[in-house]
Design a protein around this ligand. Structure first.
Ligand code: NAG
Ligand code: NAG
Ligand code: NAG
Ligand code: NAG
Ligand code: NAG
Ligand code: NAG
Ligand code: CU
Length: 586
C-alpha cells in the first residue's frame, strides 16, 4: 500500500532539500515538541508496528515541524453536477461530485501531493472545495474559501487545487459556497500514516450527517428569519438510512478476531452526533488530525466538523450488531424527526444477513466535546493574556426578523467578487468592516484569543473551526472567563481544528502564526456562519505574496466569476456567502 523508500538515503536527500530545511524547527524555541527524531528510520508500518511509518517518520514526529515529501502526486478529477438521489429512500434534488453521494474518498499517503481538478457543471451556482483541517502551509489560495482565498468557480469552469499532505489521519472536504455542502458536496479525506494503537484492517471512513429532504438553500433562507432551528428529517450514516420512503442501513463488515480501524466524521449541518456499537467498545486513537493517547469508551460525541479514529476488536459472537447514533437531543443542537431510529449494521464475516437483535447502551445526549483527549506528541506553550472576541446575537424586526450572529458587533458578510487575497495583491488595507478581518502576527509568535458568548445569546454551543492551523484549547467552559491566566491549560492542551464553544460560555484558543494567509475561523453550523458567525485572521499579510505561490489561477478564477456574476441581473448571494449573506432589502 505504501511506496517503500530506501529509508536512509531518502532521509538524507530530504534533509538537504530546501523545503524540509525551511520546515525544520529551531530547537532552541522552548515550546517545540518532544520526540522529533525519536524513532529508528528502519522501523516501518505494519499491523503490529502502527506507531512506525517510514523514512524516519513515526507517530512521534511532530507534524507541525516535520513531514515526509514522497514526491508522489495523487490526482482526482471531480465534476460537480445537479442530480436526483434518494440516500434514505426519499428522492430529492442534490448537488454531488461525480454523480455519487458521499463524494469519492480522497486517499493518499502522508507526504504525498494532492492535485484535484474541480469542474463546476452546475447551471445556477458557483462552487469551491475546502479541504477541512488541511494545513495548506504556504498554499493559502488552495484553501477553497470563496470570498476569502478565491472567487467561486463559475459554471463551466475548472479549478485545480494542489496541496501537500503534511498531516495524516482522517478528514473531509466540502463546498464552502454558501450552504451548498449540505445538499451533497462532501466526501472523506484519508491520509495514511502511523497510529497510536495497532490494528489489522482499515475499514475506511464513516461519514455521518443530519439530513433534510428540502434543498438547503430553501431551508436556510427560512432559517435566517426564523425564531429557532429547522427540524431535520433524518441522519445519514455513510450516505444511507431508512425512512418512511424506504432506504436501507449502511453495512460494515468485521472479520472475527481482528482489530478494525474506523474513521468517524461528522459531516453534518446542525446535529451533534453520539455514537456507540453494541457490545464493542471503541479505543479512540485520533481526534481531528491529531494522534492521541488511546482511551476506551462505549460512546463518543462528535460535533459538526470533528473526526475520531477508533479501533474496534471483533471479539464477540459471530453475528450482526447495531451501530447506534443519536443527536445532541434537539435543545442544544436542533430537532431531528428521526433521531430515535438512527442505526447502521456491523456484521461479522460468517453471520446470517439480517437486522441485528443486539442490545446496547442508552446513548447520552447533549452538545459538548470529548474530554479525554491527550495529544500523543506533547506541547507546552507559554502563558499570555488572550484578546477578546465577543459573540452576540440579534434579531432585526425591520428586516423581517433577520437573525444574525455577530463578532464584536459585526456579522461576517464577504464579497465573492473581491476576496481578501485581492486586497493583499492590491496592497489595500481598507477592508470592509463586515469582512471581519483581524490582522495577526509577526512570524512564529503565539496568538491567543478568547471567544466569549454573551449571556443573553440563545443557549446553544457552536463548533468553532479554524482554517490553516490546528489550535490549542486553553480554556472551555460555561460562563464568563474571569481573566485568571492560572486557569489556562498550557501543559499539553488538546490540539485540533474544531472545538466546541459552550453555550453562553467561552473558548480560549491559541495558535502559532507560522502560516501566512487569510484564514477563516467560523462556526461550522451552516445556519450560523450564514448568519454571520465567522471572522478571518489575516496572518502576516506582508509576507503572503512571496510565500503563497502562483496567483495566476486566482486571477483567472476571479475573471470568470466576475463575468458570470455580472451577467446575472440582481445576483443575490442569499446569505453571508460562506455557508452563504443576507442582502438588505434595498
Ligand atoms: C438544479 O436543477 C434544478 C432543476 O432544473 C434547477 O432549478 C436548479 O437551479 C439547479 N441548481 C443548480 C445549483 O444549478
Ligand atoms: C444556488 O442554487 C440553488 C438551487 O440549487 C438556488 O436556490 C440558490 O439561489 C443558488 N444560489 C446562488 C447564490 O447561486
Ligand atoms: C462507507 O462506504 C464506503 C463506500 O461504499 C466504503 O468504502 C467504506 O468502507 C464504508 N465505511 C465503513 C466504515 O463501512
Ligand atoms: C474484547 O475486546 C475489548 C477491547 O476492545 C476488551 O475490552 C474485551 O475484554 C474483549 N472481550 C473478550 C471477550 O475478549
Ligand atoms: C472586541 O470587543 C471587546 C469588547 O468590547 C474588546 O474588549 C476587544 O478588544 C475587541 N477585540 C478586538 C480584537 O478588537
Ligand atoms: C480598497 O478597497 C476598498 C473596499 O473594497 C475600495 O473601496 C477602495 O477603492 C480600495 N482602494 C484602492 C486604492 O484600491
Ligand atoms: Cu454555531
Amino acid at each position: 500500500m505504501f511506496t517503500s523508500i530506501a529509508s536512509a538515503g531518502y532521509f538524507l536527500a530530504l534533509l538537504s532539500s530546501t523545503a524540509l530545511s525551511a520546515a525544520l524547527p529551531s530547537l532552541s524555541v522552548p515550546w517545540k515538541k518532544d520526540g522529533i527524531f525519536a524513532r529508528d528510520s528502519a522501523c516501518s508500518n505494519g499491523p503490529f508496528t502502527r506507531s512506525c511509518w517510514e523514512g524516519g517518520f513515526s507517530v512521534d514526529t511532530d507534524m507541525d515541524v516535520k513531514w515526509p515529501n514522497t514526491g508522489k502526486i495523487v490526482t482526482y478529477n471531480f465534476e460537480i453536477t445537479n442530480t436526483t438521489l434518494a440516500p434514505d429512500g426519499f428522492s430529492r434534488e442534490m448537488l454531488v461530485i461525480n454523480g455519487q453521494y458521499p463524494g469519492p474518498a480522497i486517499t493518499a499517503n502522508w507526504g504525498d501531493t494532492l492535485v484535484i481538478n474541480v469542474k463546476n457543471s452546475l447551471t445556477n451556482n458557483g462552487t469551491g472545495i475546502h479541504w477541512h483541517g488541511i494545513r495548506q502551509l504556504n498554499s493559502n489560495p488552495m484553501d477553497g474559501t470563496n470570498g476569502i482565498t478565491e472567487c467561486p468557480i463559475a459554471p463551466g469552469q475548472t479549478k485545480t487545487y494542489t496541496w501537500h499532505a503534511t498531516q495524516y489521519g482522517t478528514s473531509w472536504y466540502h463546498s464552502h459556497y454558501s450552504v451548498q455542502y449540505a445538499d451533497g458536496i462532501v466526501g472523506p479525506i484519508i491520509i495514511n500514516g502511523p497510529a497510536t494503537s495497532n490494528y489489522d484492517i482499515d475499514l475506511g471512513a464513516l461519514p455521518m450527517t443530519d439530513w433534510f429532504h428540502t434543498p438547503m438553500f430553501t431551508v436556510n433562507a427560512l432559517a435566517l428569519h426564523a425564531g429557532g432551528p429547522p427540524t431535520a428529517d433524518n441522519v445519514l450514516v455513510n450516505g444511507s438510512m431508512t425512512s418512511i420512503a424506504g432506504g436501507q442501513y449502511a453495512t460494515t463488515t468485521l472479520t472475527p478476531g481482528k482489530k478494525h480501524l474506523v474513521r468517524f466524521i461528522n459531516t453534518g449541518i446542525n446535529n451533534f452526533l453520539h455514537v456507540s456499537l453494541d457490545n464493542h467498545p471503541f479505543t479512540v486513537i485520533s481526534a481531528d488530525f491529531v494522534p492521541i493517547v488511546p482511551y476506551t469508551t462505549t460512546s463518543l460525541v462528535i460535533a459538526v466538523g470533528q473526526r475520531y479514529e477508533v479501533v474496534i476488536t471483533a471479539n464477540q459472537t459471530v453475528g450482526n450488531y447495531w451501530l447506534r447514533v443519536g443527536t445532541g437531543g434537539g435543545l442544544c443542537d436542533g430537532p431531528n424527526a428521526n433521531a430515535a431510529n438512527i442505526r447502521s449494521i456491523f456484521t461479522y464475516v460468517g453471520a446470517t444477513p439480517g437486522n441485528p437483535t443486539s442490545n446496547g447502551i442508552t446513548l447520552p445526549s447533549g452538545c459538548y466535546d470529548e474530554t479525554n483527549i491527550v495529544p500523543y506528541v506533547k506541547t507546552t506553550i507559554p502563558s499570555q493574556t488572550p484578546k477578546e472576541l465577543e459573540l452576540t446575537f440579534s434579531v432585526t424586526a425591520a428586516q423581517n426578523n433577520l437573525v444574525q450572529w455577530l463578532i464584536n458587533s459585526s456579522a461576517i458578510l464577504i464579497d465573492w467578487e473581491k476576496p481578501t487575497l485581492q486586497y493583499v495583491i492590491d496592497g489595500n488595507t481598507s477592508y470592509p468592516t463586515s469582512d471581519n478581518v483581524y490582522t495577526v502576527g509577526t512570524a512564529n509568535s503565539w496568538q491567543y484569543w478568547v471567544i466569549q458568548s454573551d449571556a443573553s445569546n440563545p443557549p446553544i454551543p457552536h463548533p468553532i473551526h479554524l482554517h490553516g492551523h490546528d489550535f490549542y484549547v486553553l480554556g472551555q467552559a460555561v460562563g464568563v472567563w474571569g481573566g485568571d491566566l492560572s486557569t489556562l491549560t498550557l501543559n499539553n492542551p488538546i490540539r485540533r481544528d474544531t472545538a466546541v464553544l459552550p453555550a453562553n460560555g467561552y473558548l480560549i484558543l491559541a495558535f502559532e502564526s507560522d502560516n501566512p494567509g487569510a484564514w477563516l475561523m467560523h462556526c461550522h453550523i451552516p445556519f450560523h456562519i450564514s448568519a454571520g458567525l465567522g471572522l478571518q485572521f489575516l496572518e502576516r499579510p506582508g509576507e503572503m505574496l512571496s510565500s503563497i505561490g502562483d496567483l495566476s489561477g486566482f486571477k483567472d478564477g476571479c475573471e470568470s466569476w466576475d463575468t458570470y456574476e455580472n451577467g446575472i441581473k440582481g445576483f443575490d448571494m442569499g446569505d453571508s456567502g460562506l455557508k452563504a449573506r443576507e442582502i438588505s432589502a434595498s
